[in-house]
Design a protein around this ligand. Structure first.
Ligand SMILES: Nc1ncnc2c1ncn2[C@@H]1O[C@H](COP(=O)(O)OP(=O)(O)OP(=O)(O)O)[C@@H](O)[C@H]1O
Length: 294
């Protein structure tokens, strides 16, 4: 089956800055695909080229197996922008109705309300929405034309953890309806939670691509052990390849029992010791030497 999006050697230059550098990937139907990376990595520029908002300096994008002009493309896609100016003095219901009027076959209002959990705020003036409520409305606007492909640019940036989790549940429900989703995020938890496949971007380039669990399996064995920075005998540190990072002592090991036994024998305090599975932040750190959130 043709991928929903196929991106080939996409490059975007702004004067002497290469914001997107030879980026290639494809997104199969029904998948939630994430572009993950720190601020300035090139995620927004990439997604805006795919949305037909920016033109690439070079490279190609195929949708459903063919090149498409913006007008034709907009029948099949929905976009949740990072920032959207809403018409003043309209309620949530009036705003949905306004957007419905742009399409020949919009989704029924009741479906949009149920899909995006808008029941409680349907009569509210859009200027009075909280951050999470506003994002739910923007998601509903992206779904008005019942698109096959939905773009979301950093949809949960600035939301509190509860609103973020609520939004994740809506995204999962939309994917369960067979939609293909392409989102950008700089939250590794979001990518791990929502995305079937990810491309990790840094400085305009894709530095890793695949299913989050598969990528982690490929790059790590064992677990991460972190503890308060402490004086550890040099031979123990070397034997277990430990390193100091952000005021902590870290190990990646398949022999956690041996490590802990040796630390205790060396009289090292195990205060705040944590044993965790490696995550995408660890992967980004390993690939670039920088933390994802830096
Ligand atoms: N219109 C523009 N003119 C000049 N430089 C730009 C323009 N748009 C983006 N850039 C630069 O391109 C690089 C990539 O920006 P982009 O917004 O795509 O990154 P991002 O990964 O989406 O970051 P963020 O999470 O902060 O939105 C940055 O260095 C940015 O300053």
């Amino acid at each position: 089956m043709e991928p929903v999006i196929k991106v080939e050697s996409l490059t975007k230059r702004f004067r002497d800055l290469t914001a997107v550098d030879q980026v290639s990937f494809s997104v199969p139907e029904g998948v939630c695909f994430g572009l993950l990376g720190p601020n300035g990595a090139g995620k927004t520029t990439t997604i805006e080229i795919l949305e037909g908002i920016q033109r690439p300096t070079s490279g190609h994008v195929l949708y459903f197996g063919r090149a498409m002009q913006a007008r034709e493309l907009y029948q099949d896609i929905g976009i949740q922008f990072q920032h959207t100016a809403l018409q003043d003095r309209l309620t949530v219901r009036e705003t949905l109705r306004l957007f419905q009027a742009f399409y020949d076959h919009p989704l029924p209002l009741e479906d949009l309300i149920a899909l995006c959990a808008l029941e409680d705020i349907i009569t509210r003036d859009t200027r009075r929405l909280s951050g999470g409520q506003r994002q739910r409305l923007l998601l509903a606007l992206a779904l008005v034309n019942d698109p096959r492909l939905v773009f979301m640019d950093e949809p949960t940036t600035g939301l509190d953890p509860q609103a973020r989790r609520h939004f994740w549940a809506l995204v999962e429900a939309i994917r369960a309806r067979g939609k293909t989703i392409l989102l950008t995020t700089h939250y590794m938890e979001e990518a791990e939670h929502l995305c079937d496949q990810i491309a990790i971007m840094d400085r305009g380039r894709i530095i890793a691509r695949g299913a989050p669990e598969a990528l982690l399996r490929e790059h790590f064995s064992g677990v991460m052990v972190r503890m308060d920075d402490a004086r550890v005998p040099a031979d123990l540190l070397a034997r277990h390849a430990g390193w100091h990072q952000d005021g902590q002592l870290c190990f990646q090991t398949e022999q956690v029992e041996t490590l802990v036994t040796e630390l205790i024998a060396a009289g090292v305090s195990l205060h705040h010791l944590q044993v965790q599975a490696p995550n995408l932040n660890d992967l980004f750190l390993q690939l670039t030497g920088n933390a994802l959130r830096a």
